[in-house]
Design a protein around this ligand. Sequence first.
Ligand SMILES: [Zn+2]
Ligand SMILES: [Zn+2]
Length: 741
Amino acid sequence: MLDSALTADVPLGPFEGAPMTVHSSKGKTTKLHAAKTCPQLRARDIATASVPLNVETIGRMCSRCAQWGAWSRPGTGLGVFLRALGGVGLLYQLQCHTGPDEDTDWDEPEVLAAAKLLCEPEADIDDDQEEEEEDGEGREAERLQDCVFSAWKRAATSLHQAQATAAMFPWLADWAEPKLAVKIQYLETLRAQAALFVDTEGLRAAAAAELLGEPELPSSDPAFTAVGSHDEITRSLKTLWREWQEEAASGWGRPSERTYISSHLTHGMRPNRKGYAQARAGVDELVASWEELAQIAAKAADPVPQRLVTVRLSEVVEDPSYRHERGFLHDLDDWTTGVLLTHLTAADWGRRTLTLKVPALVADRLLASHPSGLTCEAGTAGPETPTGAEAGASSQHVRPGIFDDTPVYDRQPLAADHLRALRAVSADRDQLYLVFSVGAGTEVLPLTTVEKRLAAEWQGTILASASDLPVSVVEAWVREIGRRPEDGESIWSAPVHDPHDPRFGADLGLADGDRATAWLRHGGESVEYDLRCLAMARGAADLRTLDDSRDREERRRTVPIAVWHGLLATTRHLDLRPFKAPGTDRWHGGSGIPLGVLAEVQVYTTDAKPGWNRRGHSAFCSHSGERGLSADDDLLTIADLLSRDGFDWCSKCHGFAVRRFTDSQVSYYRAAHRLHAVVKRLDRDGGATGGTNGESLAAELSELSEWHPIGETYWDSPDSWRWTEIIRDLRHRLANGHGTR
Ligand SMILES: [Zn+2]
Ligand SMILES: [Zn+2]
């Protein structure tokens, strides 16, 4: 591994003097560490201090922490800057792919010889041994070609990453320039070596083959009778044409390398079968005629490269589930790679924009067939220079005060460039952010939504990300929830039907949600991450606004399913009978208890529109992909559930999930069920409620009459009047010794 630690020569720009927390053993000159857990910090007494980032501090950094240490939280400006430099970031990239190394230990004559061997037409071979030797040499030459190509791609990716990172922090420009120049020069050496393997004439012939329209296919030619019926012949010839065209267009290979394709037509036929020989001869002749069409078209076109095409590569994708990088140069087909290698005239690797000067035929193919992995447009000049707007935007670089590293009072407006820088260093997953704008006040939003708003000229600032939430509050909370016990206690508590049980209704409450989120996550570290996400998400007025899945499907969703379980409760045990109107059936009817603090509880479903012939599902139903909420789900309230008919709910999931009840709401839900039980009791027992039974019911009623929201001294709302009236009526019935209404 190269030594690419942060050194004192790196310009710190606006982060010069920024405060950072360091750990060290006691003493004035001991090494400074980013974490107490650094293996090179072995002292028992560890001192923690805040020091300014400057030359002196960098000089005292432990070498391990200077490259790999997390000196600041990743969501702060300083954290973004140092992460962009450290690890395998800018400092590392500037040092690698600067010249030949152990992976690129070939020399120029070797490359020349290999390229010559692969590009020259094969000589007639008349000796078996010679053939074997030639094969061995050929394989070796192909291996070298692969190595040179992949070295060029890796060096280009590294240059792209270095240039793009340096551009995010403009004060690095003068310092980085000579180092980038070395990389640019070495990349050009590799490109020139790789280009030796590419036959430009072959590229033109391939372009011609791709642009050919399907010729008339000789389905009625008696030579093909042995293939089958007229329809079968037509089908086979069409397939053959597609295979040939794909193969002929795929690189710069010679026609002799794809003669094998003609054998596909007679594949499966016995060679001694009648008509086999004619079919073989016919198909050889046919394929040769297609080759000739391509050659004629290629020869008729101007071979001189004079058309400009601007090519934009896709982003580098570093997905841990893929062992290799994707995107950028890595997914291009051979033909496109060959064109880039041989016709590149200017490159802005940082912005992934290349300018090619190509023959007309190649330009036509690039513009007509849109090779996958890049976008092409006809160019007129050299590489794009940043336009006024872009140049202005690039001055919106990351500095202190954008993210959570200064007092909120001094916070600076957010710009798209800041989020790009943030994404570049924290590609793994996005967080929820608390943002502020004068138009909408404070809101909890996923980054993709903030990005969309910025594109629409939104002006606002970031107040905090989920990982910025105060550790003093979060840590105590995480400790209190605790880990899932080893004995595998179920996350979902058993149903409780007795409203006097202190657990009654708790499965709908916040505390059970906390536990579900914590226990659903098995990995140790991410539990706190998820709980922070949960705490942040609870501030969202409408939980659907937290969904970001539709725009960035390739990324992990910001709100994981474990967190959705902390936000929403399944409604298997939700019982709304107490709130229903008293029916004619006195045993099963409701008690007409007001919904009170439950009326506005949010209800989320995939579908609440009547008459759509689609059932509503909850966010956790397998029918909705157990995906949590989506932006186009429907939002109702519990009051809507009671006041409207005609919902069509899935029988498996009960159709919807409710936003978890606050403690007051759980308490009221419990009280309402107890009151409902009293009503049912009086309805059922009639006059037989005297004596001790009567006394305990009276005591219960007076306890229930005292109900008020937690944290308030009394309950004052239109519903509280109705609640009192019901209790008064029940007391009256109890006192008169008759249960009937
Ligand atoms: Zn260290
Ligand atoms: Zn369902």
